[in-house]
Design a protein around this ligand. Structure first.
Ligand code: UDX
Length: 487
């Protein structure tokens, strides 16, 4: 993340060189972005102040743009207006304070004000999964219907940008709704574009400030100019595509990243069987620049608000069009069985069943650096442990309470008998038979050997390579890990 706040830096600073080295070639038209400067007065609107909306609003303001934001939740608008980060992510609070103090980031009191002030409006609304896995775009559609009514009375051209991850064809659907509700003509009175985000939790601000690429899906030159102008000052190549292609980029990106993770987990299972450590293997594999070093770390499987949902959404979308997606499906399949595999690995390292034993399950977030537990692999691992009759002591430095609140009622009911929530690692390990590390929080690496040695079965199973295995082994604690074959 760039340390400088304002004015916006010209060059990217402070991000990993690996990120910069993979900057793709631009497929943009040869138009000079400077030639659009006369539109530099445009005000950018952001509707929806979740992870994406907040990070993008901050990034636009950081690069000197005027931004007006809106969210239906009063408390969320109040937090942003006061410069209070509504959730934790590294650097978010500092950048939000800077954006609000600069006067460039404002909060609209209502949607009317947002729409009146913003000529380019980014929709950062949720696109949750339906029960069948397909993507529910109704938040976007309902917003488009409301905006269409405002558009009917508005002066001047507007660009509505679908930022939310949404299936190919969504921008077109939004355009139809806006046209129907406003009676105005697409292309002349307004346009709709897509502009997918590639923000990962734990590095939201850094990813927003230094995008690996800026993908814009546009159908006309005016939209392209307005979007290029919106990203004036940002590093990263601009890739210009038709809207449906732009929308597909996001799904293809997440699917391929998840495929890499599942592939690493598949290799891990083989490595465990043949007595090989999969980590140095995948590191060597990733040294081939055609393959890339990232997302090859075996573990408990992928979670979070995006990968599982987006892969299922992609498969459902393709399925409805008669297209099979065996690779993406396979990645989901490996992921679904990985939690069970982790518990099998635990029983095999223990040489016995976990039934009746106290297991310290360390790390409940879907990855370290966040308190987000959505689709965390800790849920299926916990489910498997409980099903096999273990007593589970749960710990996470940030996500303990949110995990507790997110437990399905049937599991929460086990609290008295089988579950214990521990606010310190010491408490989780005290009296436990073994520990299972689900999340690579740095805290776990710092746990003194004396504490691990108190485990009754003297066993640590590490799903993420979070702790120092050789040091544990030297101290007489058996260390087993995903992808670590035992001779
Ligand atoms: C992801 C994408 O990275 C981001 O571009 C997109 O916009 C949203 O989805 P996020 O869900 O925040 O971001 O997390 P990410 O860091 O990508 O990790 C996803 C999951 O894969 C996590 O559960 C993580 O632990 C797992 N993972 C990742 C691995 O198991 N091994 C790896 O090598 C990398």
């Amino acid at each position: 993340m760039s340390p400088s706040r304002a004015p916006a830096p010209k060059k990217s600073e402070g991000r990993s060189s690996s990120r910069r080295s993979v900057t793709p070639r631009s497929h943009a038209s040869a138009e000079d972005p400077a030639s659009t400067r006369e539109e530099g007065e445009q005000v950018l609107g952001v509707s929806g102040l979740g992870f994406v909306g907040v990070a993008m609003a901050i990034a636009f303001a950081h690069y000197g743009h005027r931004v007006v934001t809106y969210d239906v939740v009063d408390a969320r608008r109040a937090a942003i207006a006061e410069g209070r980060a509504p959730f934790f992510d590294p650097g978010l609070q500092e950048e939000l304070t800077a954006a609000v103090e600069s006067g460039r980031l404002k909060v609209a009191k209502d949607r009317e004000e947002l729409f009146r002030k913003a000529s380019v409006l980014f929709l950062c609304l949720p696109t949750p999964p339906r029960p069948d896995g397909s993507v529910d775009t109704s938040f976007l559609e309902e917003e488009a219907a409301r905006l269409g009514k405002l558009l009917a009375r508005a002066e001047g051209w507007r660009l509505v940008v679908v930022k939310s991850t949404s299936p190919p064809g969504t921008s077109q659907k939004i355009e139809k709704i806006l046209a129907r509700e406003s009676g105005k003509k697409p292309g002349r009175d307004f346009s709709v574009a897509c502009n997918p985000e590639f923000l990962a939790e734990g590095s939201l601000v850094a990813d927003a400030l230094e995008p690996s690429r800026i993908v814009i899906g546009v159908g006309d030159a005016k939209s392209e100019r307005a979007l290029r102008e919106s990203y004036r000052g940002f590093p990263g190549a601009v890739v210009v595509l038709p809207p449906a292609a732009g929308e597909l980029v996001k799904y293809a990106s997440n699917a391929l990243l998840a495929v890499k993770v599942s592939f690493a987990n598949e290799m891990a299972r083989l490595a465990e069987r043949i007595g090989v450590d999969v980590y140095p293997v995948m590191e060597a594999v990733g040294m081939d620049p055609r393959l890339g070093a990232h997302f090859l770390r075996a573990g408990p499987g992928f979670g979070g608000s995006c990968f599982p949902k987006d892969l299922r959404g992609l498969v459902a979308f393709a399925h409805h069009r008669g297209v099979a997606m065996p690779v993406t499906d396979g990645a989901l399949g490996v992921n679904e069985t990985q939690a069970r595999h982790v518990v099998d690995l635990t029983e095999s390292a223990l040489g016995s069943l976990v039934a009746g034993r106290e297991v310290a399950l360390l790390g409940l977030a879907f990855k370290s650096g966040t308190d987000d537990v959505r689709e965390s692999r800790a849920f299926p691992i916990l489910g498997e442990l409980l099903k096999r009759g273990a007593l589970v002591r749960l710990h996470d430095p940030k996500a303990l309470e949110v995990f507790r609140r997110s437990l399905p009622p049937a599991v929460a009911a086990a609290e008295d008998r089988q579950l214990r929530f521990c606010t310190s690692v010491e408490d989780a390990l005290r009296g436990a038979s073994l520990a299972l590390v689900q999340c690579d929080w740095p805290e776990y690496r710092e746990v003194p050997l004396t504490l691990w040695k108190q485990l009754k079965d003297r066993l640590v199973v590490d799903a993420r390579r979070s702790v120092n295995g050789p040091a544990l082994e030297r101290a007489g604690v058996h260390y087993a890990a995903v992808g670590l074959g035992q001779e």
